[in-house]
Design a protein. Structure first.
Lengths: 148, 351
C-alpha cells in the first residue's frame, strides 16, 4: 500500500463556468439595469414583456422595441421562505415573487425582502431596491421592497 | 402512424439514500428484470435510449457511464436525453416511426440524495434572468400553488387530500418510498418550506431507476400476448419566461388534449407526474379526470426519482391496464418549473 501522501492527486472544481453572450435584446436590458433603469420589449400587439423577452411566445415575432417600465409594480404571486437555504442570496426571511412592473404585461421573477409575510398579498405594491454596485446582471436589482 | 406498444416495465425500489450503490448498480437490476420477464437479451433491442441529468452527478457526460449497465459490445444504436426518461420513450417512438428500429429499451435513473437538489435545480433555469436569483424548486412551485388557490382553481382542502390519498395509495406500489399514513393534524402542523407549500406538499428526495421496452406491432406479439398500445402521445412546452405564462391554466396541456382528441375518451385510470400536492387537483380538473381513479400508485408524493418519475407515470398506467384488464389509461410527464413542459400519453389495451 502506498502512503496516502504519495497518491497522485488532481484538482476537481465543480463549477458552472460558462461564458454566455447576452445577445442584442438582453444586452440592452442589462446595460439599462447598470443605470438603474428597467426595460421591457413591446410586441406589435402592444404587449410589453419585462424582463425583456426576445420573442413573443404567442405571436412568435422577434421583439426589439424597448420601453422603460417600473421601478414600481404589483405582486402577481409570491412564496415566503422563513428559513433561507445556503444557496439563497438573502439570509433573512424573504419571498420569491412574480412582480408585474408598471407599464409591463408580463411579470418578473425576483425577491422581496425587508418585510414580513403578513405584509404581502397578491396585488401588494413593491418597488425595486438597487444593489450598491451594479454588474449589469439581474442581481443589480438587489430585491424589491414595499412601496412607501 | 405505426402502432407501437409497451411490452414491459420495471421499477427499482425507490430509496431515500442509495448510498454506495452507483447509477450502474441501480440500472442493472431493472434492465435485467425486464430481459428475464420477456425472455430476451440486449441482442433483441434495436435502439436504446436513456434519460438522466448530469447535474445530479456533477459531471459532464456522466450519463455515458450508465451504459455500463447494459451490453454494448457488439456496438448498439443508443441515445440519451437530458430529460425525464418519458422523453427517452418519445425519442424511441420516433425511431420506430422512422423505421430505424422495431424494438427499444428505455431507462431512466437519478440519485438526488448526494447533492442539494434545490440548488441544482436552480442551475438548470434560464441563466440570464432566473438562475442568478437561485430560486429553489419548491418556491417556484409555490408561486403556482398561490395563483391556483387565489383564483379558486383548487382549494387547500384538495391539497391536503392529495397528500393523504398519496400515502394511502402507496400500498399499491411495493417500490414506494413513503408508506406511512398521516392525518389532517399531521399536515396542518407541518412546517412551511416555502409558503403556501409545507414539507408534506413536496415530494421526497429519492434515488432509483426504471426501465421500459416498447415494440412495433410486428414485434410486440413476439414478446407478449398482452401489449398495451400507445394510442396517442403529444408533448408541448411553454415559455421559459416564467412571468409571461398564465399559471392558472395550461394552454399547452389543453392543446395536447385537443391534438390527441381525448375529450370523448372515458379513461379507466390515470397516472400524473404531479410532484407537489396542488398539481394533482389542478391537472385532474384541467384533464377532466374528476371521476377517474388517479395516481393509484401514490405518485411522486410517495417517491419521486428525478428523471424517472415521468416514465414511472407511464409505467404505472401500463401496469394498471395490464393487471386490472382495463381499457383506457392516461399518463402525464412533466419537466421545468410550474409544469412548463408536459407530455400526455394515451394507453389502450387490446380491444
Amino acid at each position: 500500500m502506498s502512503d496516502s501522501k504519495d497518491l497522485l492527486r488532481a484538482p476537481f472544481e465543480l463549477a458552472y463556468n460558462y461564458k454566455r453572450s447576452n445577445g442584442p435584446v438582453m444586452s440592452k436590458f442589462f446595460e439599462a439595469l447598470g443605470e438603474q433603469k428597467i426595460l421591457g420589449t413591446k410586441s406589435s400587439t402592444g404587449k410589453v414583456f419585462s424582463p425583456a423577452a426576445e420573442f413573443d411566445p404567442d405571436t412568435h415575432e422577434s421583439l426589439n422595441d424597448m420601453v422603460e417600465v417600473g421601478p414600481g409594480g404589483s405582486i402577481e404571486s409570491f412564496s415566503w421562505i422563513e428559513a433561507p437555504q445556503n444557496h439563497h442570496l438573502i439570509k433573512e426571511p424573504f419571498a420569491f415573487a412574480l412582480i408585474k412592473l408598471d407599464g409591463a404585461d408580463s411579470s418578473m421573477l425576483h425577491m422581496i425582502a425587508d418585510c414580513n409575510e403578513a405584509d404581502l398579498s397578491i396585488g401588494t405594491r413593491v418597488t425595486a431596491a438597487w444593489s450598491e454596485t451594479t454588474t449589469k446582471r439581474i442581481t443589480d436589482i438587489k430585491f424589491f421592497i414595499l412601496e412607501k | 402512424m405505426k402502432r407501437v406498444a409497451i411490452v414491459g416495465y420495471a421499477q427499482h425500489p425507490i430509496l431515500k439514500n442509495a448510498g454506495a450503490l452507483n447509477e450502474v448498480e441501480l440500472i442493472m437490476p431493472v434492465v435485467h428484470q425486464l430481459f428475464n420477464d420477456l425472455g430476451i437479451s440486449q441482442k433483441d433491442i434495436d435502439f436504446t435510449c436513456s434519460g438522466s441529468c448530469d447535474y445530479l452527478q456533477g459531471a459532464a457526460f456522466a450519463f455515458v457511464e450508465g451504459l455500463s449497465a447494459i451490453q454494448t459490445n457488439p456496438p448498439i444504436k443508443e441515445s440519451h436525453v437530458e430529460m425525464d426518461a418519458a422523453w427517452a420513450m418519445y425519442e424511441s417512438m420516433l425511431k420506430i416511426q422512422m423505421g430505424d428500429a422495431e424494438t427499444a429499451l428505455i431507462y431512466g435513473f437519478g440519485k438526488s440524495s448526494p447533492g442539494d437538489l434545490d440548488a441544482i435545480i436552480s442551475l438548470q433555469m434560464d441563466p440570464y434572468y432566473i438562475s442568478p436569483l437561485w430560486p429553489d424548486r419548491v418556491s417556484l412551485a409555490a408561486l403556482q400553488a398561490r395563483v391556483l388557490l387565489d383564483q379558486n382553481v383548487i382549494t387547500s382542502e384538495q391539497m391536503l387530500a392529495s397528500v393523504i390519498e398519496a400515502r394511502a395509495n402507496s400500498k399499491n406500489n411495493t417500490n414506494a418510498l413513503i408508506t406511512d399514513l398521516i392525518d389532517e393534524s399531521d399536515y396542518l402542523n407541518n412546517e412551511m418550506v416555502s409558503s403556501p407549500l409545507n414539507k408534506l406538499d413536496c415530494p421526497p428526495i429519492s434515488d432509483g431507476s426504471s426501465a421500459m421496452i416498447i415494440a412495433s406491432e410486428e414485434k410486440a406479439y413476439e414478446f407478449t400476448d398482452h401489449p398495451i398500445w400507445i394510442e396517442g402521445i403529444d408533448h408541448r412546452i411553454e415559455s421559459s419566461n416564467l412571468g409571461s405564462r398564465n399559471l392558472a391554466t395550461s394552454n399547452t396541456l389543453q392543446a395536447s388534449m385537443n391534438q390527441l382528441n381525448l375529450k370523448n375518451i372515458k379513461f379507466d385510470v390515470a397516472e400524473l407526474h404531479t410532484q407537489f400536492s396542488h398539481e394533482l387537483p389542478f391537472l385532474k380538473s384541467l384533464l377532466n379526470l374528476q371521476d377517474v381513479p388517479t395516481n393509484l400508485s401514490g405518485g411522486p408524493l410517495v417517491g419521486n426519482v428525478m428523471m424517472c418519475a415521468g416514465l414511472d407515470a407511464i409505467g404505472k398506467a401500463y401496469e394498471s391496464l395490464k393487471e386490472n384488464q382495463l381499457t383506457h389509461g392516461l399518463a402525464h410527464a412533466t419537466s421545468g418549473p410550474c409544469l412548463q413542459h408536459n407530455m400526455l400519453v394515451h394507453l389502450e389495451a387490446q380491444k
